[in-house]
Design a protein around this ligand. Structure first.
Ligand code: PGA
Length: 248
């Protein structure tokens, strides 16, 4: 696991966008798994800027969302299909047939099986961009004594529900469950980038930095099983007491 320090979220977004652009220059039809949440917003802004200045072409890129709330229609402003469309896809020349999202309205077990099959047919991600939850979740792989390897439905953890409540209006019914790529699906990616920004992530990043075991109660630890993981953490999320270097 390679750790790279970014000065701030915007710097982090540029660094992640640059990796994506390089990936697409090498392989224009690369399959990329994309996260949602606050952390990747600067990366999407940076990707849109790269597109507008002619540095990157998304016309053959295949994009897969990492996860989705169960039961939210794609036009719901908090659905992850909507998030990716609104913050990224609609601003660039990605082709509609190359956008893959989980079917949040289908039976979750079936939706998960179908999505895993689509990933398999497409050859799994060339690059997966990930965020991390304060409980160490990746995608919506929540801490659990046993981890499902592949795409699966999941009950959201109390910490996740609390953290994501900010996106919903007060009194609005928030989804309690989701469908997510499993850690096994994610680990099939050729390259993985993990993004963390903000003081709220310093503790979880310190735990990840110090950990030496794979613990299903801390899903991010499964990333130790992959040979090409780059963590990009900004100054606020950087583990306290650890030396901050441009690359370490
Ligand atoms: P955040 O979410 O970027 O909004 O903190 C990350 C995650 O929960 O994976």
């Amino acid at each position: 696991m390679r750790w790279i320090a970014a000065e701030n979220p915007s710097d982090q977004g540029c660094m992640a966008a640059e990796i994506i652009c390089r990936c697409l220059q090498k392989k224009p039809d690369a399959l990329i798994a994309f996260p949602t949440g606050s952390t990747p917003l600067p990366m999407y802004a940076s990707l849109v800027a790269c597109y507008q200045s002619g540095q990157v072409d998304f016309s053959r890129m295949r994009g897969f969302n990492l996860d989705e709330y169960a039961g939210l229609p794609p036009e719901h402003p908090q659905s992850y299909a909507f998030f990716l469309w609104e913050n990224f896809y609609r601003h660039v020349n990605v082709q509609q047939q190359n956008i893959f999202v989980l079917d949040a309205l289908a039976d979750p077990v079936q939706a998960a099986a179908d999505y895993e099959e689509k990933l398999k047919q497409a050859g799994y991600p060339d690059l997966a961009i990930l965020g991390i939850g304060i409980n160490g979740h990746i995608g919506f792989n929540e801490p659990a004594s046993v981890q499902e390897a592949f795409c699966h439905p999941v009950q959201l953890a109390p910490e996740t529900l609390a953290a994501n409540a900010r996106f919903f209006s007060p009194g609005e019914k928030t989804p309690q469950s989701a469908v997510t790529m499993g850690m096994g699906s994610i680990l099939k990616s050729r390259k993985i980038i993990l993004l963390a920004s903000g003081k709220g992530k310093a503790k979880v990043m310190a735990r990840l930095k110090q950990m030496t075991q794979i613990d299903p109660m801390f899903p991010a630890s499964f990333l130790f099983l992959h040979r090409d993981v780059t963590v990009i953490a900004d100054r606020d999320a950087w583990p306290q007491g650890e030396m901050m270097t441009a690359e370490s």
